[in-house]
Design a binder for this molecule. Sequence first.
Ligand code: IMP
Length: 178
Amino acid sequence: MDKKILDKKFVTYINEAKITEAVFRIASSINAEYQDKMPLFIAILNGSFIFAADLYKQINIPSQINFVKLSSYSGTQSSGSVTTSIGLDVAINARDIIIIEDIVDTGKTLSTFIAELKKEEPSSIRICALLHKQEATTHPIPIDYLGFTIPDLFVVGYGLDYNGFGRNLKDIHQLKES
Ligand code: IMP
């Protein structure tokens, strides 16, 4: 279905059922692979808040979750510079970390964040992302758990925003070019 958000039109791209399937698939891999590891999930705000909540509800092994706020986006373009405004309030040294990200675009946000995390010497770091714009990635990072690879087109919904709007859409919508 078409949606107008501010000045732009969007069309449904990945529906709620497909998203739920991907969330279940990722959660069951993590549940199997992290049985005795007590992983620490780190969800990157704001965009991943819905994905992180849905995923974490399907995690059935002992684990913790924490949140950081990073940002490199303004409007529909990555600004290139990453800022952290909410830090972690838990020690990550010797922990098995799973980063939860809504979308990997250039990869700059995550690669900067991972470099910061590594200074604290966690045991391991794995990445879980709902979406990957592979063609747009200039800072390649291994994505261990991935929902969907998508083309280099702006998307909103399921936590992702256009200038702060559209996060509440249940389906992921793609920008309609004019
Ligand atoms: P990167 O540093 O270029 O990989 O940007 C990643 C961040 O940019 C994500 O966490 C999102 O918050 C935001 N982002 C990237 N692509 C989109 C998009 O298509 N829609 C909404 N936000 C996006």
